[in-house]
Design a protein around this ligand. Structure first.
Ligand code: AMP
Length: 213
């Protein structure tokens, strides 16, 4: 099963994508994680992407499309995959369609802007393994240390308040039109993001199970 998680930055799509990836035993491919790895490794792609990401803008389509193109050819994608954070523009979605990648289901996690702002201010990430936490909703059991790889957690540059507002604006302008794009193809399901992560997870899983019936 090939699934896309859609939603505003901070809506919790990354957390849900990780959960479903474990449940269905298919890889979770996050362009954001891949780009942050490239930045950490100071590759030329990372250096190009960083300026856009720091401003809360989208990285150019050509860069993210080339990431996805090579990632989807890996053997672990043969039995299905999850895309978290791709596509984020209509041309990216058109790329998938034109290259014959079949998407079975788009799960749109909907959370209003005021909630998003509250959530993003509490988000913490592990700079080493990419695990994500929230100081209230999903704390690491080791406080400010990653429960998975024991590195010190950080606030992403693009989770800082001034950048969050610009990321939300980018989302509404460039990514939200995808709801219409996929709505017309009858593959879009919306899950209303809940206060508790477990409740959103339950609703997300229900949507996926209903699809499989
Ligand atoms: P994320 O971790 O998914 O919130 O992504 C972090 C940042 O990476 C975004 O704000 C964008 O700057 C960049 N990014 C990730 N995925 C994409 C994409 N599909 N298209 C363009 N930029 C992306």
């Amino acid at each position: 099963m090939n699934i896309i998680f859609l939603g505003a930055p901070g809506a919790g799509k990354g957390t849900q994508a990780e959960n479903i990836s474990e449940k269905l035993n298919i890889p979770n491919i996050s362009t954001g994680v891949i780009l942050r790895e490239a930045i950490n490794e100071k590759t030329s792609m990372g250096l190009k992407a960083k300026d856009y990401m720091d401003k809360g803008a989208l990285v150019p389509d050509a860069i993210v499309i080339s990431i996805i193109k090579s990632r989807l050819t890996k053997p672990d994608c043969e039995n299905g995959f999850i895309l978290d954070g791709f596509p984020r523009t209509v041309p990216q979605a058109e790329y998938l369609e034109e290259s014959g990648v079949v998407i079975d289901l788009i799960v749109d996690i909907h959370v209003p802007d005021d909630k998003i702002i509250e959530r993003m201010s509490g988000r913490r990430v592990c700079p080493m393994c990419g695990a994500t936490y929230h100081i209230i909703y999903k704390p690491s059991h080791r406080g400010n240390i990653c429960g998975r790889c024991e590195s010190r957690l950080i606030i992403r540059d693009d989770d800082k308040p001034e950048v969050v507002l610009s990321r939300l604006e980018t989302y509404h302008k460039q990514t939200e039109p995808l709801k219409d794009f996929y709505g017309k193809r009858n593959v879009l399901k919306t899950v209303i993001g809940q206060e508790e992560v477990e409740d959103t997870s339950r609703l997300t899983y229900e949507v996926i199970q209903n699809f499989n019936k």
